[in-house]
Design a protein around this ligand. Structure first.
Ligand code: HEC
Length: 277
């Protein structure tokens, strides 16, 4: 880790080599398509930020294919079992997507609305309107993919400025020493549903830089569950989204329980995490 090498390529692409992690700062769409000879195309999606289970909103985006870009940057590495790709947003949001998901489904980097409308979205889950999506927005060809529709807006980060490849084993600090199988699943769900904005031991996103182990100390389990299930019921107008609002109620409840159990186990084995505020 002490060794960090940085060099600049002609098309304003910056690649940082730090151990195994490779990071790419994204240049403009015109520079990207010219450099890799990619043409942008129209992708029609069920816009998950603006849709509910009752009412789906279709949107056309102009976008570049993610798989081709990843192969240009990382060769075959992003296809390996342990590969994870991080999408970093301007506001500190960090979305981690498994390489296997990018292999299974078709993802694109959108940079405009095809109909010329402003490149913004209304985010129902976060009570926010006309959020800017640029410079890049990760979208998925979800029209014929029920599993993607169920996941809603998870894995759809916007305002992306950089992309990084790393390997799963780098998240060892998130693993409880007492690795019970049910905690393993809770860990994965915490990464997916919480660490985009918050962190544990510094690992995670910076959108709302809160260490979840510390936060868990201030909350009773039942209150924490109620908060995750519906933040806006406890605090109207909050921008923290309810977990997985497109999922069936029973499944949501189970995920929330596993997340709270995982946080409890981590808290228990981190002496001092509850010492001061
Ligand atoms: C999209 C970003 C985002 C995601 C994802 C998210 N949160 Fe939050 N969270 C916030 C924001 C913003 C606040 C501040 C809420 C406020 O005060 O209105 C917050 C506040 C909190 C708080 C209260 C903080 C305190 O001071 O005690 C807790 C606890 C919390 N989040 C836990 C979680 C957990 C657990 C998850 C995963 C299930 C999660 N959050 C997912 C954005 C997020």
């Amino acid at each position: 880790m002490a060794y960090l090498c940085k060099f600049i390529l002609p098309a304003a692409l910056i690649i940082i080599l730090a151990g195994q992690a490779l990071a790419v700062e994204l240049p403009s769409p015109a520079a990207l398509s010219a450099k890799y000879n990619l043409s942008s195309r129209k992708i029609t999606v069920v816009e998950p930020h603006a849709s509910t289970n009752e009412r789906r909103t279709l949107t056309d985006y102009t976008a570049l294919p993610v798989d081709a870009l990843l192969t240009h940057w990382f060769g075959e590495h992003w296809l390996s079992e342990s590969a994870e790709i991080d999408f970093f947003a301007k506001d500190g949001y960090r979305s981690v997507v498994a390489g296997s998901k990018l292999k299974q489904y078709r993802a694109f980097l959108a940079f405009a609305r095809t109909d010329g409308a402003p490149f913004t979205v209304d985010n129902i889950g976060q009570n926010e309107k006309q959020i800017a999506l640029g410079p890049y927005y990760l979208i998925w060809d979800n029209l014929g993919a029920p599993e993607l529709l169920r996941q809603g807006a998870y894995g759809w980060p916007y305002q992306i400025t950089a992309i990084e490849l790393h390997s799963k084993t780098e998240d060892r600090a998130l693993r409880p020493r007492s690795v019970a199988k049910n905690l393993e699943q809770g860990l994965e769900e915490t990464q997916e549903y919480c660490l985009t904005c918050h962190n544990i031991r510094g690992i995670g996103g910076k959108k709302y830089p809160l260490d979840l182990l510390r936060a868990a100390c201030r909350w009773q389990d039942a209150d924490l569950q109620a908060w995750i299930e519906s933040p806006s019921r406890l605090k109207p107008g909050t921008t923290m989204p309810a977990l997985g609002r497109m999922l069936p109620a029973q499944e949501r409840r189970q995920i929330i329980e596993r997340i709270v159990d995982y946080l409890k186990a981590m808290k228990a084995e981190t002496p001092g995490s509850c010492a001061t505020k």
